[in-house]
Design a protein around this ligand. Structure first.
Ligand SMILES: Cc1cc2nc3c(=O)[nH]c(=O)nc-3n(C[C@H](O)[C@H](O)[C@H](O)COP(=O)(O)O)c2cc1C
Ligand code: SF4
Ligand code: SF4
Length: 363
């Protein structure tokens, strides 16, 4: 069985999977459910210097993506300090897992909050969601946290930032790790069954998470991993074990999950860990470091020849023919695929359309 043990900031985690800040870690009761669900570490819902006034409705599942207008915690920082953090600390100690406390947003707010959360945190994560693209407010927030705390300070990037300059600026300010990414937005959803009203409350905008976010966040991780050496926690659209594999290959050291834990419940953490181990076993990877950063050492592919058909696998379903806009594929009289090599533009789409892997990549 693959070894999922993950080293991060001197901790040894049983697996690289943790919750991302959000409703699945909105209080100690939910944190306990995440522990029971099988997380390797805890991250708590972002708190700020005052409770958020969260609009309603604020979450909508659209299957391939998810919209939310949640802000930071609707519970006051005083409540967190008196009730939730002590209990979460106790639960985490009992389970032997670290606690990453998420704080927002400005340097002034971080300077106020950081000394108070010190007894409860193994690390802090600073959300940059509501601070501008200029890296200086982020750097000031990092410096404020570093000054108040002696635990690792992570910064969480939003996916609409230019990742490399932001990551370099964060490291210059002394950050110990980067979380990529938060949800993407603003976006918009419409309820056509109710006269076309917006799906979300507040200003009607939503922030996108879930599967559709994955390629955006994955690109952020891949870009960031090329310019800085600090650990990266990949977050965005993870719903199965192979998503974790992608983030690790892109250069992440661990991953966070929010939407899948909302839609499928906290048991999803352990399920995804199991899927990860199974995939690793099947593909001959023994440990998490075996996967880390593999993509960073890969060549960008060039398709130099048409796809190769494996005739005995082809069912004649026609999917590839429909998708080949270059007229390079047709079904012959035996309902098997024929390839007109001269017409093939080497676009590659048929390789991803074949449901039975009857077309093989020539590269
Ligand atoms: C309902 C909801 C609330 C969220 N609240 C926070 C938050 O308080 N702080 C934060 O940094 N990110 C927050 N996020 C962003 C998630 O932590 C995560 O970065 C994002 O949703 C992408 O991951 P996912 O696709 O696994 O959900 C929230 C996301 C959702 C869906
Ligand atoms: S690679 Fe593109 S052009 Fe070539 S056969 Fe496949 S779909 Fe057609
Ligand atoms: S998609 Fe695959 S199985 Fe279907 S016709 Fe094309 S090669 Fe054959």
């Amino acid at each position: 069985m693959a070894d999922l043990t993950t080293r991060l900031f001197g901790w040894t985690l049983k697996n690289p999977i943790m919750p991302a800040a959000g409703p699945p870690v909105r209080d100690a009761r939910m944190a306990q459910a995440c522990i029971e669900g099988g997380v390797g570490a805890l991250v708590t819902k972002t708190i700020s210097t005052r409770a958020a006034d969260v609009p309603t409705p604020n979450m909508w599942d659209l299957k391939s993506y998810f919209l939310n207008t949640e802000l930071w915690s609707e519970l006051s920082p005083e409540h967190w300090l008196e009730v939730e953090f002590p209990e979460i600390r106790r639960l985490a100690d009992e389970a032997g897992i670290p606690v990453i406390i998420s704080l927002g947003y400005t340097a002034e707010e971080i300077a106020q909050l950081a000394p108070k959360i010190k007894p409860f945190a193994d690390a802090v994560e600073l959300s940059t969601h509501y601070i501008e693209d200029d890296p200086r407010p982020m750097q000031d927030a990092i410096r404020a946290a570093k000054e108040a705390l002696d635990v690792p300070v992570l910064v969480k990037m939003s996916p609409f930032r230019e990742p490399q300059p932001a990551a370099i600026a964060a490291v210059e300010a002394g950050v110990d790790g980067i979380v990529a990414t938060n949800s993407f937005g603003p976006t918009f959803g419409i309820d056509i069954e109710r006269g076309g009203r917006p799906l979300m409350g507040g200003k009607g905008y939503g922030w996108l998470s879930g599967p559709a976010l994955k390629p955006i966040s994955l690109r952020m991780v891949y870009d960031i991993a090329q310019v800085v050496d600090v650990p990266i926690i990949g977050v965005g659209g993870i719903s199965k074990g192979t998503d974790v594999v992608e983030y690790l290959m892109a250069g992440a050291s661990a991953v966070g999950i929010c939407t899948a834990a909302i839609t499928r419940g906290p048991a999803v953490f352990g399920k995804i860990a199991k899927q990860l181990a199974k995939w690793m076993d099947k593909n001959g990877y023994a440990t998490i470091p075996d996967l880390q950063g593999l993509t960073l050492r890969q060549q960008i592919p060039v398709m130099e020849a048409p796809p190769v058909l494996i005739p005995e696998k082809c069912t004649g379903c026609n999917f590839c023919v429909i998708s080949c806009v270059y007229d390079a594929l047709y079904l012959d009289e035996n309902r098997k695929i024929a390839i007109v090599e001269d017409n093939c533009f080497k676009c590659g789409v048929c390789l991803s359309r074949c449901p039975v892997d009857a077309l093989e990549s020539p590269y």
